[in-house]
Ligand binder design. Structure first.
Ligand SMILES: Cc1cc2nc3c(=O)[nH]c(=O)nc-3n(C[C@H](O)[C@H](O)[C@H](O)COP(=O)(O)OP(=O)(O)OC[C@H]3O[C@@H](n4cnc5c(N)ncnc54)[C@H](O)[C@@H]3O)c2cc1C
Length: 438
């Protein structure tokens, strides 16, 4: 197994980098100690700063990380560890202020207004980062504006934080130590520039064109994209891309979509989009010939070689990455048994259902369980929601070669994940793709 090795390495690297400032501080340090509380306060500040700097690596735009960890796990960790960093910085301020009034004076504008202003800006920016991240939707902040603001606030915190560390200078007196702090911070900023400037810049030379726009059931549209003068992109069925439509790859309107087409039908790519909000509701109006830019592929929602049997549970538009997996299996002749539980509001809103029914009819390996929340009396499929009893009735017996793929609305995914956990299915055999990364 490759993944656990990578995962352990990533965790170790993270811990090492987060603790690196303490190591650098301890090396070649000749000044006298200042007592437990002050040293603790300073240490927490150092680790808080490095955790903040590491946040720039966790934004979901690094392919290797997203393949090993999955986008939702990565962003979940990014959010949670952001709170930890905030706690560390608060503890740094609180402990030092309580331990020695000279430190409390750092925040007093009457002593040094520039220093106090800068430090208050950092604290304010950290609070804003957290409030707007956790309450973006209730606050009504559009995703694109939030994304720009989040990057700018993070940059402000990091640059003022570095200036503060260098200016105080304790533990950072030698030029080599200062160089490490500056280089580390520049690396973090570089990651942001890489994701938001360099990647779109490079994408200019790998433009795509919308070749067809097909309406689907359930207020969805399939976009077929073809590479414009390049060889296209290799991906694994189940992965997703970040899509920009229009003439500039620098647009802030960049959205993630799973590829719904087969790995074997390249260089064309298809994505199937359900009209939900500002961007997706206009997909049906996109004209053939529109330019597009694709960043990807990302994600770990893919079959591995050890898979002997597959269970998929999809809800609504969550069928898209699973469709890619099934189409790829069909095209490659990899005929392992698949049980697909597909839930939708009503049969006439079930995205790609007809093709799935044909696939189940034509091949011997797909067992399709159609589950409509509401249906006419003549409906021959199942009715209701995905419940533990329903899964008990329809899923095959648990076995080591079985892999589970879940994609759909959050409540459905939470329910299926806890069902599998209650059945003792190990996490590494469950792949989840959450479309809601708010
Ligand atoms: C890995 C992944 C794969 C996805 N695959 C598909 C798919 O195959 N088909 C499909 O129809 N949908 C898919 N989605 C969901 C799709 O990305 C969102 O529905 C879309 O971005 C919403 O944008 P909007 O402006 O139409 O909606 P809005 O109403 O403006 O936004 C709805 C919510 O979508 C999220 N969102 C909005 N803009 C962005 C953005 N630029 N980047 C990230 N999230 C954003 C926010 O949480 C927002 O609150 C996927 C999402 C993820 C994370």
């Amino acid at each position: 197994m490759k993944l656990p090795g990578h995962l352990t390495l990533l965790k170790l690297s993270y811990l090492l980098l987060a603790g690196l400032p303490l190591l650098v501080a301890a090396l070649a340090h000749n000044r006298a100690g200042r007592g437990l509380w002050i040293e603790l306060g300073v240490g927490l500040g150092f680790v808080g700063f490095s955790v903040l700097a590491l946040q720039f690596a966790l934004t979901g735009k690094f392919r290797h990380l997203s393949v090993v960890l999955g986008l939702d796990a990565l962003l979940h960790f990014h959010r949670q560890i952001g709170l930890v960093a905030f706690g560390l910085i608060l503890a740094h301020v609180g402990i030092l202020s309580a331990a020695d009034s000279n430190y409390a004076a750092f925040l007093d504008p009457r002593v040094d207004w520039m220093r106090a202003l800068a430090l208050w800006v950092v604290l304010g920016a950290l609070i804003l980062l957290i409030v707007t991240t956790y309450w973006r939707i209730p606050l009504g902040i559009p995703y694109e504006w939030w994304r720009i603001g989040h990057g700018m606030l993070a940059l402000a915190v990091l640059s003022i934080g570095l200036a503060h560390i260098l200016r105080v200078g304790w533990y950072v007196d030698e030029p080599w130590k200062q160089s490490i702090w500056i280089a580390g911070t520049l690396c973090a900023v570089g990651l942001l520039v890489y994701a938001r400037v360099w990647k779109p810049y490079r994408a200019r030379r790998r433009r795509w064109t919308v070749n067809a726009v097909r309406p689907e059931k359930g207020d969805a549209w399939t976009l077929e994209l073809v590479p414009d003068g390049h060889e296209g992109m290799r991906f694994r069925a189940g992965q997703f891309v970040w899509l920009v439509l229009g003439d500039s790859p620098f647009s802030q309107h960049q959205h993630p979509f799973s590829i719904s087409s087969s790995e074997h039908r390249t260089p064309e790519l298809e994505i199937t989009v359900k009209a939900l909000g500002d961007f997706t509701s206009r997909i049906g109006e996109v004209e053939v010939g529109t330019h597009a830019y694709i960043d990807g592929p990302y994600g770990s929602f893919v079959l591995d070689d050890a898979t002997e049997e597959v269970v998929c549970v999809a809800g609504g538009v969550g069928i898209t990455p699973i469709m890619s997996i099934l189409r790829t299996m069909r095209d490659s002749g990899r005929e392992i048994p698949v049980t697909l539980v597909y839930g939708f509001p009503a049969p006439d809103q079930a995205i790609l259902l007809k093709e799935l029914e044909e696939l189940a009819h034509e091949t011997g390996w797909l067992d399709l369980v159609r589950l409509a929340e509401y249906a006419e009396p003549d409906w021959t499929g199942e009715r209701g929601l995905v419940t533990p009893e329903f899964l008990d009735r329809h899923l095959p017996p648990e076995a080591p070669g079985l892999r589970y793929f879940i994609c759909g609305p959050d409540p459905m995914m939470d329910g299926v994940e806890s069902y599998l956990s209650s059945k003792g299915v190990p996490l590494e055999r469950v792949r989840s793709e959450r479309f809601n990364i708010a």
